[in-house]
Design a protein. Structure first.
Length: 140
């Protein structure tokens, strides 16, 4: 029996809303859910780029309160790590990086009304969200 070739995600044309972009990303990544590389399950890295609505100190306070309250639910859904980076030349430029164990967990958690409300209060406009799959490329 011949192995079926993997579908490639279509390139995105133009800018889309965060919700439409999120749906397309998760839909195109779903076919990768059962892939293993070298006998290990693939991990999913989610990047969130956005502009903070408030000054960094106020945004940090709100972020930390919400993430403290949602940490257990996120971990139960498969969120393995959560890290935030800020641009030293533009402190309102936000980059969040989370590592997840399953695409289903990402969809369930990110699609919740509470998380959508959190993003709405934390960010100016819709964040740019991308899902990346782990690779077996050389690393250091």
């Amino acid at each position: 029996m011949r192995a079926r070739p993997r579908r490639r995600a279509r390139p995105k044309a133009g800018r889309r809303s965060g919700r439409a972009q999120h749906k397309e990303i998760t839909r195109s990544a779903t076919h990768d859910a059962a892939i293993t590389l070298g006998g290990r399950r693939v991990k999913y890295t989610v990047t969130v780029r956005a502009r903070l609505r408030e000054a960094p100190a106020a945004a940090k306070k709100y972020h930390d309160e919400v993430t403290r309250a949602t940490k257990d639910a996120a971990k139960q859904a498969g969120d393995l790590t959560h890290v935030v980076y800020l641009d030293p030349q533009d402190p309102k430029a936000f980059l969040g990086v989370d590592t997840w164990s399953s695409i289903e967990g990402i969809q369930k958690f990110a699609g919740s009304p509470q998380i959508r409300e959190f993003f709405g209060k934390l960010f100016e406009g819709e964040p740019e969200v991308h899902v990346w799959v782990d690779s077996d490329w050389n690393r250091w």
